[in-house]
Structure formats: C-alpha cells, structure tokens
Design a protein around this ligand. Structure first.
Ligand code: AHM
Ligand code: MG
Length: 341
C-alpha cells in the first residue's frame, strides 16, 4: 500500500457522510469514536498474554456466562470512548443487564444509541484465537434530552443506521456499513490508522464453506441435519463436499465466509429453542452487514433477521446468514422437514 494512496477510516467517514440521509457531523464523530475504541481494544487484545489480563474475573454476566477480564476491559473502553464524544445517549452491552445511560454533560442532547458485544468469541480469548467486537448505531426514539429507555433499543434491525465489527486476527480489521455497501479497513500499526483495504465488499452468491457447531447435531432440527449431510456428499457438479469451518467466534466465522462465500448457522436446538446468539447486538449488526454485501440473513423460519422486533434487551434468535443461494437452500430444507412433521 503506497503512503500516497491510503484512505484512512477518518477520511472515509467524512467523505461518505453525505450518503446517509439526515445525518450530520455528530454521526461521523460517533463512528470515529468507535474507530478509536477499536484501536485501543486491539492494543489490549494484542498484549493479552503479557499483561496478565487473561482468565476469568470470577463473576458471571447477566446470562450466567463466565466473564473474562478482557471482556470487561473492552466493555469499559467502548463505554468510555462513547461517553467522551457526546453523540451517544445510551449503550446496551452484552456485559450489562440494563441499558447504560450516558450522563456526561456533553451527552445531554445526544441523538444516538449504541448496541454492542464488546468482545465476541469469549471462549477463544485465552487461547490466542481470533475474537471480535460488534456494534450498531440507531437514532433514539424517545425525545431528545429525556432519559433514554429500553424503547430506544427495541427497534428492528431495519432501522439501524450503521453496524460494524472489529476482528482481532492476523491483523486487526474494522468492517462497517451505513446502508450503502460494506467497506473494510485494516489497522496499519506503523501509522496507527485503519486504512481502506477492502472497498465495497460483495459476498459471493454461493460458496463451499458451512459453519455450524456440529457437536450439537443430535439437538438440531431435522432439516439442518439433512442440509449438513447434503454438504458432505460428493458431487463434482456442485463442488461438494463442502468444507466445514467453525472457529467458535462468530465475527471470525462470518468474516471468512463474507469474503470467501459460505453459510454461518446458529440454529434453534432442542436445548436452546431460541438459539444462542443475541438479536440486538450479535444477529442484527451481522445481518445488516451480510445483506449490504449482497447476502441473506434469516431466522430459518421465514423471517428476515432485520424485521424481527425485539422485546427484551438480551433476547436470542436462531440465525442463518451468508451467501444467498446457500441460505435459501437450507431454508427450503427446514421448511420441507417442518411440513413433513
Ligand atoms: P460470546 O458472546 O459469549 O462469545 O458468545 C457468542 C459466541 C459466538 O461468537 C460463537 O459463534 C458462538 O458463541 C459459539 O457458541 P458454541 O460454542 O455454542 O458453538
Ligand atoms: Mg458475543
């Protein structure tokens, strides 16, 4: 990458500001604040093994999961960065049971709310495997200047103004959309800037990767098992067998499939009838990005993820997302098996 041709995230955000109807400088500033948080979290993640911040805090989060120290560090860093700017009036986080109103004087008239999973892929933190951060931005629905409420967060994903993720992998990337396509930026540590490396990402219409935790096969819907069997059959015409790839960090699994073509599945199971992933800050932002890249994201039962209307902050949804043809095919198999029952 030549120094003269680099477009930084900050430059890109300003250049594209006019494409988003009704938004002004505050929105761009909010995105840039998230970009700053991303750099700081990346720094912390990269030194994790050295800094004695691996391991568990000994506490559980609201969903009964062990909280890793880095989860808390990332959560605090994001909230700090969002509080400083004055554009965000409240945050919903995987790590906090309730919404967090931002009470700084500069946030008094803030227009936006942010939903986030500060560190996704928790089980991979301590073993040096890719993890991520997920965020989305909505305009509040309650009056400006009033105390934000859960109503500001119970908006369907189709009202989302911007969504993105950071992936801490072989390099750190920030990928985001404001509803005009998807762009990816790679952190260049030598200049400390996210640089546009993956402009206008378009996901292939089909692929040969399926990503699902097959350890749960005994609890899967029959239609999903039919699909997995189909993926594993040999057929030269349709490029099968497909490859099974599952990291266990949704951001990393979805990022790979976004670039290469594939399907990511976290289904309903008999043990988890609503699946595992959280609608507000895991499913919706990733679904928005996938759709913006030309892919498809549904709950597998006739509903587009972005049209689901949330009623709880930490509610879950089954999700299928990725290359359009693959998602459609699995949906067809799920539907046929349901009808046959
Ligand atoms: P987390 O937010 O606690 O890390 O949980 C979400 C993660 C996803 O990144 C990943 O796709 C999934 O949980 C893996 O779950 P499982 O181990 O059940 O396959
Ligand atoms: Mg998560």
């Amino acid at each position: 990458m030549s120094g003269f041709q680099v477009t930084t995230l900050g430059q890109f955000i300003i250049e594209r500001q006019s494409e988003i109807p009704g938004v002004k400088g505050e929105f761009s500033r909010l995105l840039r604040d998230i970009g700053i948080a991303a750099k700081i979290i990346s720094r912390e993640v990269n030194k994790a093994g050295l800094a004695e911040i691996l391991g568990e805090t000994g506490n559980e989060n609201v969903q009964g999961e062990d909280v890793k120290k880095l989860d808390i560090i990332a959560n605090t860093l994001m909230i700090d960065c969002l509080s400083k700017g004055g554009e965000c009036c409240a945050v919903a986080s995987e790590e906090d049971e309730h919404i967090i109103p931002i009470t700084t004087p500069q946030a008094k008239d803030a227009k936006y709310v942010v939903m986030m999973d500060p560190l996704d892929g928790s089980s991979n933190i301590d073993v040096n495997v890719s993890i991520g951060t997920i965020f989305s931005i909505f305009e509040r629905v309650t009056p400006l200047g009033s105390t934000p409420t859960e109503a500001d967060f119970f908006q369907p994903g189709n009202k989302c103004l911007a969504a993105g993720y950071m992936i801490y992998g072989t390099s750190t990337m920030l990928v985001y959309t404001t509803g005009n396509g998807v762009n990816g930026f790679t952190l260049d540590p030598s200049i400390g800037e996210f640089c546009l490396s993956h402009p206008n990402i378009v996901t292939p219409k089909t692929g040969k990767i399926y990503s699902v935790n097959e350890g749960n096969k005994a609890d899967f819907p029959a239609g999903l098992n039919t699909y997995i069997d189909w993926c594993q059959q040999i057929d030269k015409d349709t490029n099968r067998p497909y490859s099974s790839r599952y990291i266990g960090s949704m951001v990393a699994d979805v990022h790979r499939n976004l670039l290469k073509g594939g399907i990511f599945i976290y289904p309903m199971t008999t043990k988890k009838p609503k699946g595992k992933l959280r609608l507000l800050y895991e499913c919706n932002p990733m679904a928005f990005i996938i759709e913006q890249a030309g892919g498809r994201a549904t709950n597998g039962y006739g509903k587009r993820i972005l049209d689901l209307v949330p009623t709880e902050l930490h509610e879950r949804s089954p999700i299928l997302m990725g290359s359009e043809e693959m998602v459609l095919q699995l949906e067809g198999m799920l539907e046929r098996e349901t009808q046959a029952q």
